[in-house]
Design a protein around this ligand. Structure first.
Ligand SMILES: CC(=O)SCCNC(=O)CCNC(=O)[C@H](O)C(C)(C)COP(=O)(O)OP(=O)(O)OC[C@H]1O[C@@H](n2cnc3c(N)ncnc32)[C@H](O)[C@@H]1OP(=O)(O)O
Ligand SMILES: O=C([O-])CC(=O)C(=O)O
Length: 455
């Protein structure tokens, strides 16, 4: 049975102009039937019990979401359609002389469960180039945004502005869209949104930090390298960083705040733009994606306060002080993971391979040895190990992206891949509006107290 989940490798050669949509047309009825079977066979099985503590405590370990494109294991980390990060690095297409997976290939994998052939990979790449340009009104909208806004606020607003292009919204409003076709509109919107998002993000960067000195796209480059180019970073290794970063941050199963927010909003049949914008807003929280800007800020603060050759003891003291001040140590801990995040390890390997003598990279390495033992002494912290955000900022900083307020935008560009791919499947599966129940203190007391009146 395993092969059904991992791969649909019986490829036919399509001469259609839309290889990916054709592939989905092939797979969707098979997966729909599989889901029907699963519901028939296992629909009444219990997954887990929910305690009062879990309902109040952010639903940790409550398995109440169905999300088919990626899965998180607390020990081994993320798998995209059952493939872990070393596997996607090995099997997905890479740039010439490059080592990192290309996001175009990852998107195909997320949507179909297959590794793309070179022809399929090329199809996605060409489609994104074809769909990637922004119209003049959109450019004007973005370059007129007040510069004092946080770049994540600018990104969310820009995505909402792009909603004018939603094929789903237009078809639904005009009464043309029928339920079996919903996924096709979501697919079209996903392809448009993902194609355009690096241009939107690069415009925000150049508008906010570079006096509106915009750089046009270079369509000879792949999607990630072109984003790096439009930001103004044109070294090959900066391209490799963007390829790697945009692949490994793409998805983290369904329960994280950005994926869940997108999925939830989409369940009301809000289109891809409205839904992903909600995901961006969640990602902008400091306990989620904003932690990558917070990490760099915190590391720079350490160097400013303690100098550049800081001892392990001083770092330990700094960590304890951060906690005493009621702050979190950014980049450490996780709601699900209980070991070092494999995305951290992947970035660490990248740095060891390509970066020499960068004091901030060295400090991250030193923190990896020093911080977990200190966090273990706090007692209440479930996971003392670093997460993805502990490493990403110093890499972006190394290749010239110094404006750490912007870092979460790069994360959001990557997360567009997972959030939009999932919504295509949510519509293909015909998933209903999400509406869990909620309870009050009085409800709990009445149900479990001596006078049990709630049944
Ligand atoms: C891409 C990502 O989103 S990865 C996560 C990025 N976020 C960060 O790096 C911020 C720092 N880390 C944290 O705040 C947390 O570890 C989270 C939000 C990631 C996970 O939160 P939880 O699942 O609630 O963690 P956990 O169950 O271990 O929390 C127990 C207690 O330890 C605290 N704690 C957890 N991690 C840390 C940390 N890094 N520094 C200080 N305190 C921490 C929590 O705040 C909580 O305290 P409280 O009981 O007084 O409220
Ligand atoms: O899984 C989570 O809760 C947070 C996270 O690491 C991510 O979304 O990438």
């Amino acid at each position: 049975m395993q092969h059904i989940y991992r791969s649909f490798n019986s490829k036919s050669i399509f001469h259609s102009s839309n290889l990916l949509k054709e592939r989905l047309r092939e797979i969707i009825p098979i997966k729909q039937a599989l889901l029907r079977d699963i519901r028939k066979q296992y629909g009444q099985k219990e997954i887990c019990k929910v305690t009062v503590d879990q309902a109040i405590g952010g639903m940790r370990n409550v398995f109440g979401l169905f999300y088919d494109i990626s899965l998180l294991d607390s020990k081994t980390g993320i798998t995209f359609r059952d493939y872990n990060i070393p596997e996607i690095q090995e099997y997905l297409q890479k740039a010439k002389n490059g080592n990192e997976p290309l996001p175009e290939a990852l998107f195909w994998l997320l949507l179909t469960g297959d590794f793309p052939s070179d022809q399929e990979f090329k199809f996605v790449q060409e489609e994104w180039k074809r769909r990637g340009e922004l119209d003049q009104e959109t450019v004007k909208f973005i370059t007129s945004l007040p510069k004092q806004l946080h770049p994540m606020t600018m990104l969310s607003q820009s995505v909402l502005y792009l909603q004018k292009n939603s094929t789903f919204q237009q078809a639904y409003e005009s009464g043309k869209a029928t339920k079996p076709q919903y996924w096709e509109y979501y697919y079209e919107d996903a392809m448009d949104l993902v194609a355009k998002i690096p241009r939107v993000a690069a415009l925000i960067y150049r508008h906010k930090y570079k006096n509106g000195n915009l750089i046009s796209s270079d369509n000879s480059l792949d999607w990630a390298a072109n984003y790096s180019h439009m930001m103004g970073f044109d070294q090959f290794n900066a391209y490799e960083l963007f390829r790697m970063y945009l692949s490994i941050h793409a998805d983290h199963e369904g329960g994280n705040v950005s994926a869940h927010a997108t999925h939830l909003v989409g369940s009301a049949l809000a289109d891809q733009y409205l839904s992903y914008s909600a995901g961006i807003n969640g990602l902008a929280g400091p306990l989620h994606g904003l932690a990558n800007q917070e990490v760099l800020k915190w590391l720079i603060e350490i160097r400013e306060k303690l100098g550049d050759k800081v001892s392990n003891e001083k770092i330990q003291e700094y960590v304890l002080n951060t906690i005493r001040e009621g702050r979190v140590v950014p980049g450490y801990g996780h709601a699900v993971l209980r070991y070092t995040d494999p995305r951290y390890i992947h970035q660490k390997n990248f740095a060891e391979r390509l970066i020499k003598d960068d004091p901030l990279v060295e400090l991250v390495k030193q923190c990896y040895h020093v911080i977990p033992p200190v966090l273990k002494t706090i007692g209440k912290i479930q996971n003392p190990w670093p997460n993805v955000d502990a490493h990403s900022g110093v890499l972006l900083n190394h290749y010239g992206l110094k404006e750490f307020e912007y870092y979460t935008v790069v994360f959001a560009v990557s997360r567009a891949l997972g959030c939009t791919a999932n919504l295509v499947w949510a519509r293909a599966f015909g998933l209903p509006i999400e509406r869990p129940g909620s309870i009050t203190m009085r409800w709990i007391e009445e149900k479990f107290g001596e006078n049990q009146s709630v049944k």
